[in-house]
Every structure is written in C-alpha cells, then in structure tokens.
Unconditional design. Sequence first.
Length: 413
Amino acid sequence: MPARMVGNAVIGILVFLSGFVLFEPAPSDLLLCAVVVVWSFLGLRLSRPMLPMIVLMLLYMSGGILSFWELKAFQKPAIYMATTGFLIISSIFFAAVMQVDTERRLKVIERSYIASAIVCALLGILGYFGAIPYASIFTLYDRAKGAFKDPNVFGPFMILPLIVMTRAVLTDRLSNSGWRLLGIGILLAGVFLSFSRAAWGLAVVALLLITVLAFISEPRQSHRLRMIAYIAGGLLAVALLLALLLSIPLVQDLFAQRFKLVQEYDGGRLGRFERHIIGFFLIQEHPLGLGPFEFGKMMGEDEHNMWLKGFTAYGWLGGFSYIALVVWTLVISTPLLFRARPWTPFIQCVYAVYIGHLLIHNVIDNDHWRHVFLIYGLLWGAYALEWKARRPAARAQPPPPLVFGPVTLPRTA
C-alpha cells in the first residue's frame, strides 16, 4: 500500500476517534502524539504562514504553565495542561498534513468526521431511549451525550458535519442527497436530545451563515431558486422532526425546562452572568491567572465563558494570546470564503461553525473541545495553501555569469 494511502488512513482514524472522549487525555490524544513523532521523521513540514497560529497557541499554553505559581496541588492541573498541549499539537498537525494531497485529505477529514458524528449521535439517541445495553454510559442528567463526558460537548461536535451535509444538499440535486438527508435527520435528533442551548444556538447561527454563503457563491439564478425551495422544504421537515420528538412526554418535559434563554442558574445570585462579572474583576488582580479549576473552587461553578477562562486558567499572557489568535484567524480566513478552490465549500462550512463557536464562547468554556482545535488547523492550513498559491512565481534561473579573465590574443605573423 502506498505511503500516502497509509497516511490518509491514519488521518481518517484520528478524526474519527475525536468523537470518543469519555476521559482525558483521550485515546485519540495519545495516538496523535505517536503519529506526530513518526510523521515528523517521515517529513512533516511546517510552513511560514502557520507560524502566527503556532506562536500564539504556544504563548497561550505558556500562560497556563505560568499560572502554576498560584497553585498548591499540581496533579490535576498538570493533566489539564498536558491535554491542552495535545490539542495544540493536533491543530499544528492538521494544518501541516493538508499541505500535501490537499483535496483528498480534506475529503478524508470531512468523511471521517461525518462518520464519527453519526455513530456518536446514534449512541446518544439509542442511549437516551434505553434501546442499547449500558445506555446510561451515553446519557447524563437525562440528556444524550454520546461518547462524550458532557452533553454540552456532544451537541456542538455534531454541528460541522451537519453544516457540511446541509450545504451539499442545497447545492446538489435532491436525487443525489438521500443518504445526506438521513444523516442530517440523525444529527439534528442528536443535537436536539443533547438539550444543549449552546448547541442549539450554534446550529441556528451556522445554518443561517452557510445558507447565505452558499447562496452568494452560486452564480446561476435557477440554482438559487432551487435553494430557496430546498430551504422551505427543510424548515418544514425540521418542524415535523421536532413535533415527532416533542410528542414523547419525557422529551417534552425536559424541553420545556431547557428552552429558556436565561435559566435560574444563569441570572440568579452568583449565577453564570454574575460570576462572569466577578471573574473579570478578579483577573485584574492576578496577572498570572488563578490556575486550572481554581475559579470553580472559589465560585462553586466553572467559568462557562471562554474569554474569561483564557485569563483565569492561562493568565494575562494566555488570555490576550487567545484573543489575538481569534482576531488573526478571522483576518486570514474571511478572504478564503470565495476563492476558486476545490475545497472552498468545505472551508465555508468550517468558517460558519467557527463563527458560531465564537458566539457561544460567551456562555461556555471550550478550551478542550477537540473539534475546535481541528477547526483552527483547517482554517490556518487553508490559509497556508492560499499563501503559497499567491506567491510570485519563481523567477527563471539566470544564465550562467560571464567569465572574465585573461584573454590570449592570436599571434600576428
């Protein structure tokens, strides 16, 4: 088997395993480290355009390590920071490997992610209804969580495959989309049964954004009209799916409880939003941060805000580095949305989901979500490809220099 096929298979396995995280470090993290070591010896190359991402992520982690000065116990924080390191390596790895055999490898990543999400969604759905043995492993607090520790990670994990298949349906004939429609139905059910408000909001934002991007990217008027018809049909199908799920009493009760913009634990005394305010005042007094888990010990609950978490767990260095990473990522990735490249549709989906994640940063901390680091790697990898494509063509090799030296003149008779 050619080495490139083996490499693509390894990439697919790594992406597929990212949907199975019942403990940390996850098996995929440890496998990734082994793969990176071997691949480095076989020619894993980093390109110059990736350096801002690499430097900012390393500064982010360095801030977390510096926060250890504030700690008395180190075992759990050390494991936590090691996991952050694994995830940073994953971003760098995926950005690097897509520089070679790009179209095929992105297709491998896309399909492996879809397969992982559908398997994970089925585990969550079947576990929720008690239809499989050991169903309790795949649920938490009467919410589907699949092969994740938390429903709030399970739900958002499925959004990128959902967006990819939705875009494909919008831009293709309906007769070619039977399996996609089935996959979309499974993922929508999984997202709904996670009862994660962050996942619901993320799905709405990403679906709206990818619809706009697909509509703008389509130059043919007839295809745009077809998209509008598909959107109308899709909204009707989603409404029917929700009606079917809400006809189940258990689902109906939990939905009524969860479908509130502000829960009691959000707006109450020392609720989520009050903790955010206290936290932002608190970090002004702690340039090195508090260290991992310390905010939760002080306030009774974790930060549930990625911007705040950047400062409490990673200090000022980590917090400002992450903000810089977000801004820089938006700057380099936005121009990629309408490039004439075979992978542009996939990058549009990744970008839409990334924007959604930036919005839910305000209500949840996701510094250990593996798919978020995959998204960073994909966006920066696509930027590196574009940077190389737009470089001035190498000038033709100059002719050999003229050799000047003593010249022997012919003798005259």
